[in-house]
Design a protein around this ligand. Sequence first.
Ligand code: HEM
Length: 490
Amino acid sequence: MDPVQIFLAMAFVVSAYLLWFSQLSGRLTGPKVWPLVGSVPYVFMNRHRFHDWIASNLRRTGGTATYQTCTIALPFFAYKQGFYTVTCHPKNIEHILRTRFDNYPKGPQWQAAFHDLLGQGIFNSDGETWLMQRKTAALEFTTRTLRQAMNRWDPETLSPDLPENPFAIAFDSATEATLQRLMYPGLLWRLKKVFNIGTEWKLQKSLQVVENYITGALNARKENPSDDLLSRFMNKKDSNGNVLADNVLKRIALNFVLAGRDTSSVALSWFFWLVMNHPEIESKIVNEISTVLRQTRGDDPAAWLENPLSFDEADKLVYLKAALAETLRLYPSVPEDFKYVVNDDVLPDGTPVPAGSTVTYSIYSVGRMKTIWGEDCLEFRPERWLIEVGPEGEFKFETPKEGYKFVAFNAGPRTCLGKDLAYLQMKSVASAVLLRYRLAPVPGHRVEQKMSLTLFMKNGLKVFLKPRELKAGAGGVGVHANGAKVAMCA
Ligand code: HEM
């Protein structure tokens, strides 16, 4: 081929590509896309404020609250792995999570990215493998088991004097590295894995620590069987009558660690931060706890602090529950979630979604849209969760009628199994802390989001703890002027 022919052939390929690209970009409704790399440059530029970036993109769409973008602007890929439909439209979310549940599994991309950490555990499986685990685990989350579990909680396990746990550090680092896999085209992490570099090197190092720890935990449970979740799975037989292999059991256990370890604790960090910046809400919470404890334990505040809350006491704390739900509306522990599209479909708002692409529903954005939560959507206002039920101002906690506008615990067949447990744990810790202390921000400490699968605080939360003086009389809450100390929670 002479140079002129080569030039003409190249000009033809480039023109055909540009024509194809202009059709693609004309169809996309999200941030600007570039030839070849689509919206990746914007993902990269906004990697430190990813959730707010998604929310602002969604706001820009007006009422539709859905946009489509592409991260691999190449024929075939552009409408498959590289194609993302991002939504926070409640009707779309209901469609994805419930109405057409079978069309929106976790899918191969998600499963491949998480396989090293989570194997085929409940978080990372679909179909029969998921259903078997869901049914087995559900038996561990009944009200009866929650009541029993609550009696076994030991506040000492939260002691700041405990040594740092290498497993916890490695687990966090592995989850973070796994998230990186999802942010960019899959080819990139696969190449990094082959060469064992960057975040992939970090992931492999962390996984070794995680593996050693979980092997030890499983062996310990085998020596001392108990009546807990892991033991339930150890007794489980597959369809051929065989017990589950150690490797499967370890991944199952890790999935529950991922599910339950950080979700409640990060929610509490945001809760304490919001509460200390809203003293009037803090007073209402402490008054509610005091009122309930006065009824169950008498007038002496010393008796209120003797033991953690009982199940029935926690159940009565509706204002506290509203404040926790309000926290999760603004700072959902799982800020974004992803589903794979099995067959071509059209979402209720009219958006067509191609088979093989990904749908991201932004839990973070749902809580921050005026079109969904009203003009005051960015305000921390627990009252929006309460309805008056009695003549004397008794309130009841109520989730919104349009269920899919609050999806911090997911919804549909894959609703969070630990929701009631999480509320109990959070109420218990929040009460224990707020009854004893009044919190104040440490000047200069920056509260920022960390970009991870879980909405951590990047720098933790540093607070001054001022001992709280509880008065026996109705509504009496005071504060000692002296004795402030600093505490830090992750
Ligand atoms: C504030 C605390 C919590 C929040 C906000 C939360 C939120 C969520 C979300 C959004 C999902 C869906 C994840 C996905 O499918 O990608 C989920 C699933 C799940 N959660 Fe929670 N969670 C919390 C606490 C807990 C606790 C304490 C447990 C108990 C171990 C737990 C157990 C689970 C399980 C087992 C699933 C998987 C359900 C399935 O796929 O069928 N969660 N949770």
